[in-house]
Design a protein around this ligand. Structure first.
Ligand SMILES: Cc1cc2nc3c(=O)[nH]c(=O)nc-3n(C[C@H](O)[C@H](O)[C@H](O)COP(=O)(O)OP(=O)(O)OC[C@H]3O[C@@H](n4cnc5c(N)ncnc54)[C@H](O)[C@@H]3O)c2cc1C
Length: 584
């Protein structure tokens, strides 16, 4: 049978795209609302950045510091966000993270407890108290295992190795998505009453990153093409990643553990440069400022030959030699670097995307039948986030998106399985498969990543951003002609997956560049050399949409708790939750 000839068609109530924490928590929300979703993921199930989580997640449960409470987490988060997080969403996250903690631990997460049975909480970036709940060493594995076990217990159907290419619509409403199973070369078309995007961020846009290679911003571009709005795309949360030895370049050292303990950062001239960027806090500045400082040192030629700077933890090594940091010490040792004797070379790389699909309190987007959660969703954290808040938000809004999607789905008509325009997309796939000559997709991916670093990287300015946009047009044209390479069908299908991902990365890069161009100031995870100061005029969010094929930015007033602006999106009513048996 020729590839892409047979189509796998599925009809369901709720389609969840993504098998990380947000996707699985969305499934929890569906099950709790009396709906069985289908969860489909590109990599194996479960997967995603979630599986690599190390440090822990934040909840103001007050076990290590009894006076702590959600109100304080909320305040710290607003401060860390440089004033532009969505206050309503942050309030929800701060309050509900505690319930999610108790629930997840009861499902076998295995959080570390103290002798009195209370949870142990660690210090983390921008928190006034120790709030990080953790599993000792790595967190991702127990987290994914305990959630995946629940999925099996509840009979949630999962499909893996499927890349979704586009959302399907009937009028304004999203009615599912189509893509292909890239191991078999079989198109997959899923019609659903409602669809949840939980595809994570887009770290692959940058050459040095700490995330799995298949997390390529697919959800952001699918959403934009379908007419959804995205918010805060100019803000990325950077982390200090290994710059050398090259074998472990990009290794996620989670160096914040060392920084929190008092490690020093030096440039190649031996200067503790962070005092130039934050004279009061030095290396203890917000994560955004530390990474900006590192980026500037490298940009201005004071970095090492591996484009890094030195992190010296010798004086705190005993203190931090446990949990995730011990793992880092061990990995460097395997490469012949003993952190007890010498500094390590680190560089700043993207860790999480703070922006994403604009959602309301129930994960609902501006399109009927379409929801988002986790890193695919944006606006919760503003310009910078506190440590451990990415997981906390994925739990909280992942779950909420499942409840919201189930409730709305129950009110919506079942979509027509012939609808959504998937036939045309699949025709294109068939035609594409035989394209054996053209540019090499792997080289193209590297070229796009180069734009990700040089044009729209951490240190930005108008000329470079505009240059990046022009270069992206060229790369897009090349990517359309890319050769589908491989001597066996499976390799060709895999190549088609990569080409689609590169297309998506180009789309994300455009969004990032447009938002970064519009924001003529520097704030949190966004730094403009030509506008280095923070400006009150820009205390707002930037929302992106596709107008006449162009990524178009507009300003949105910060959503505060008084509901001053903007008009809230329509949300499922409390009565609807009760009908569905939903409990938040
Ligand atoms: C090394 C590392 C350590 C981290 N440590 C911490 C930490 O300690 N604390 C913290 O708060 N945060 C941490 N983070 C961030 C946090 O882990 C993520 O923000 C969070 O897990 C995102 O979850 P998610 O479910 O939204 O996305 P992911 O976990 O990335 O899952 C995305 C899913 O979508 C699927 N997918 C993607 N595209 C498609 C497509 N086109 N079709 C179908 N499926 C698709 C993928 O296969 C995957 O299953 C860390 C991140 C990294 C990389």
């Amino acid at each position: 049978m020729s590839p892409f000839s047979e189509v796998r068609k599925i009809e369901t109530d709720v389609l969840i795209i993504g098998g990380g924490v947000a996707g699985m928590m969305a499934a929890v929300g569906c099950v709790r609302s009396g709906v069985k979703p289908i969860l489909i993921t590109k990599a194996t199930f479960p997967s995603g950045s979630s599986s690599m989580a190390r440090g822990g997640y934040t909840a103001a449960i007050g076990h290590s510091e009894p006076t702590d409470k959600p109100e304080f987490l909320y305040e710290d988060s607003i401060e860390a966000s440089y004033g532009i997080c969505n206050h309503r969403l942050m309030r929800i996250m701060s309050e509900e993270a505690i319930d999610r903690t108790v629930e997840l631990d009861a499902w076998g997460l295995g959080l570390i407890r103290m002798e009195d049975g209370k949870y142990h909480q660690k210090n983390s970036a921008s928190h006034r108290f120790p709030r990080l709940l953790h599993c000792g060493k790595l967190m991702g594995k127990p987290l994914m295992q305990s959630l995946a076990k629940k999925m099996r217990e509840w009979g949630v159907e999962t499909i893996q190795h499927a890349i979704f290419v586009d959302l399907m619509k009937e009028g304004d409403r999203v009615v599912g998505a189509w893509g292909f199973l890239y191991r078999e070369g079989v198109p997959i078309v899923v019609h659903a009453r409602s669809t949840i995007m939980a595809t994570g961020g887009a770290p692959q846009l940058h050459e040095v990153n700490d995330s799995p290679p298949y997390i390529s911003g697919d959800g952001y571009t699918m959403a934009l093409r379908a007419g959804a709005e995205l918010i805060d795309m100019e803000f990325i949360d950077y982390q200090l990643l290994a710059a050398a030895p090259l074998k472990i370049r990009g290794y996620p050292p989670h160096t914040s553990g060392f920084i929190n303990a008092g490690a020093y950062l030096y440039n190649k001239d031996g200067e503790r440069f962070m005092w130039n960027y934050d004279p009061e806090r030095g290396e203890r500045a917000t994560r955004a400022v530390v990474n900006r400082g590192v980026g500037m040192e490298i940009f201005e030629g004071r970095g090492t030959e591996n484009h890094g700077i030195y992190l010296d933890a010798r004086h705190v090594i005993e203190e931090v030699n446990d949990g995730a940091t011990a793992d880092i010490i061990r990995v460097f040792k395997t490469q012949g670097v003993d952190m007890a004797d010498s500094p390590i070379e680190v560089s700043s790389g993207p860790h999480t995307y703070l922006g994403g699909i604009r959602i309301d309190e129930w994960g609902r987007t501006n399109l009927p039948g379409f929801y988002a959660g986790g890193e695919a969703a944006g606006g919760i954290h503003g310009a910078n986030r506190t440590g451990g808040a990415a997981l906390a938000d994925s739990y909280v809004f992942g779950l909420r998106s499942g409840i919201g999607a189930s409730c709305e789905g129950a009110r919506l008509e079942k979509p027509d399985p012939g609808s959504g325009g998937w036939q045309e997309g699949i025709e294109k796939l068939r035609a594409r498969e035989s394209n054996a000559s053209g540019p090499d997709d792997k080289r193209l991916r590297l070229d796009v990543q180069r734009v990700g670093v040089e044009g729209i990287g951490q240190i930005r300015e108008e000329t470079r951003l505009k240059g990046a946009l022009a270069r992206l047009d060229e790369l897009e044209a090349e990517n359309e002609q890319a050769a589908v390479a491989g001597d066996i069908p499976r390799k060709r299908f895999d190549c088609m997956r990569r080409i689609q991902e590169t297309h998506n990365l180009i789309g994300v890069a455009r969004m990032l560049a447009e938002a970064a161009l519009a924001r003529t100031e520097s704030r949190g995870g966004h730094f403009r050399m030509d506008h280095p100061e923070i400006s009150e005029e820009w205390r707002c969010n930037i929302v992106l949409s596709l107008e006449d094929g162009q990524v178009t930015p507009r300003r949105q007033e910060v959503v505060d708790e008084d509901g001053a602006a903007p008009a809230p999106l329509e949300t499922p009513t409390t009565a609807a939750f009760a009908e569905q048996g939903g409990v938040v």
